[in-house]
Design a protein. Structure first.
Lengths: 335, 335
DNA sequence: CTGAAAGCGCTAACAG
DNA sequence: CTGTTAGCGCTTTCAG
């Protein structure tokens, strides 16, 4: 293995000069820098990550904890992870993948052994059990999602409450008076997943504010569940003309079910969703939707961490405003 | 930070004794071991990962390169990644996530800096450009999938060729004489992704062997593409009664399309798939399928690496035999 | 069965 | 602008 002293020897300088040439932490004359760079290239030198971490107390690795639990939409998680890795690389960091299953012990392990410099945690619950630990860790972390009490924590996410509101407001503006929310699977609410809860809050608040009749229906995934929810909605709310869907796998089956029950979208029923744009566009009837900007959230999460690692202060809360794109699935009530 | 010397002091032993108590690399008397363990517990000692890596030349980290390219079924990738992480943890290793985009340079970087001890590479192409690099790296790697020339490399995957054959044989046994393969999106074949190619080979070979008429149809994802392929199949092969689907997102839409075109599954048309069992079971008509055992592949891949890291020899090729589960989507031709 | 001591390869004062 | 010198915290000979 070629080490820094080999490079130093070859370039005719000291090891520290090589180190500084690499890090730029002190000025190096053009001439020596070039000699050092040449030596590095010729020898194919790569600094040893462990040695570097030991000497500098920086591993240049971030931990990413991904959720595995039922009800999470996998492509969204994956897109987020990829965006974290890509952004981390831009800042010369790598990403260690942890699963939710490892729990507190996993977080503590990678933090306390100095395997990672900072952590990103997904799938936050309102009363997330990891909060005390994250607050007590000596390393910065950012949470994707907002717990009930976010004091002392850095959080970022789409403003799901506003997203719910925007969907309802859009329907209200089109003249709809009776609306329903088809939400995530029940277990997601049972464990009080933050983003799902907030959509419900926003949906209900906006409906009340505009004087709309509204109901909320958690929904399992799969066409069967979609069909049952559709039937139930028509039975219980015959006047229903507006639906908000916050459940990716069910979006298309639900629209199919409505049409099979004789309701045209958007003729008889307007549908909006909170989901990735990609999904909304790919449905048979392109769906008016609030985008789920996983890539942007991942990118911003990493950037928040980088600023904290750099010693900067960052806002505790970053709420990305919802962006609604009108597509073919919504229309005025009279139309 | 509490370090090994702190523990040693508290336990009244030397640092090396603590180290050996932790690693078990030399016998320690019951008594001192207990004292050391107590000290560790009381101080909350965690060995510094970087220091350990430097001194032992082992980082206890594996690199996992995940594909991002079009046509890959995301849930399968994710399940695989999770299984790799879970299994790695059982062997006291962590997993560093790399994206395909980083290419050779990324692999070289994490290997040469000793950030990782070994690598797992997914989405192998028949003529994968990373092969020379992987062969030349001083660290072991395992590939998920088989390139054309796998000499000197450790590879593991479902036996996709046999999977294609098993599907055809099953249809042949049921009396079907005209079969079609609805495959992955065209780009997957264009870049010569190994597993997709092998399914085609197996499918065609088995059909020829049994004297079946057969055709192959790459297929984009999305219901529109499914519909078009269905129409085309019926037009070009009016006698078609057996279909093999190797394209997860299209499975359900394709069955829908056939039924809308007036063909009952399995009454008029038998359908088999190569896909995760979970998907096959969740379709409206549960589909007879060859399972895609991502979790098992991930687990075995890690175990192969662990054995290689331990200095053991492992087989270069591990082909998991296909396992076909009969469900409701296939029936005898006459039925 | 245990201790002492020599590094692992790099960074970051300190000194000039 | 550059070199010298201590470590960073742990593992692993070498000695006993």
């Amino acid at each position: 293995m070629v080490k820094i002293t080999d490079v130093a020897k070859r370039a005719g300088v000291s090891a520290s000069t090589v180190s500084y040439a690499l890090s730029g932490k002190r000025p190096i004359s053009e001439e020596t820098r070039l000699r050092v760079e040449a030596a590095i290239r010729e020898l194919g030198y790569r600094p040893h990550a462990g040695a570097r971490a030991l000497a500098s107390s920086k591993s240049n690795v971030l931990a990413l904890v991904v959720p595995l639990r039922a009800g999470m939409h996998v492509p969204v998680v994956m897109q987020f992870a990829v965006s974290v890795v890509t952004t981390a690389r831009k800042h010369d960091h790598d990403v260690l993948l942890l699963t939710q299953e490892e729990g507190d012990e996993g977080l503590r392990r990678v933090a306390d052994t100095a395997l990672v410099d900072a952590l990103i945690v997904m799938d936050v619950q309102l009363d997330d059990p990891r909060l005390p630990l994250l607050r007590s860790l000596e390393r910065p972390s950012v949470m994707i999602g907002f717990p009930s009490d976010a004091a002392g924590l850095t959080c970022i996410d789409l403003d799901f409450r506003a997203a719910g509101e925007v969907c309802v407001d859009h329907l209200a503006r089109l003249g709809h008076r009776v609306v329903a929310l088809v939400g995530s699977p029940p277990e997601v609410y049972v464990r009080r997943t933050a983003f799902a809860q907030r959509v419900v809050q926003g949906f209900t608040a906006a409906a009340d504010r505009s004087g709309l009749a509204s109901t909320v229906h958690p929904c399992e995934t799969g066409p069967g569940a979609a069909r049952r929810v559709a039937e139930r909605l028509l039975r219980e709310q015959p006047a229903l003309t507006g639906v908000v869907v916050h459940n990716e796998p069910v979006l298309e089956p639900l629209i199919d079910a409505f049409e099979q029950l004789g309701l045209r979208v958007p003729g008889d029923l307007s549908v909006t969703a909170i989901c990735p744009d990609e999904l909304a566009e790919s449905v048979r009837v392109p769906v008016t939707s609030v985008a789920l900007p996983s890539a942007e959230v991942g990118e911003r999460a990493v950037e928040l961490l980088m600023r904290r690692l750099g010693g900067d202060d960052v806002p505790e809360a970053t709420l990305l405003p919802p962006r609604l794109t009108e597509r073919a699935s919504t229309a005025p009530r009279d139309a």
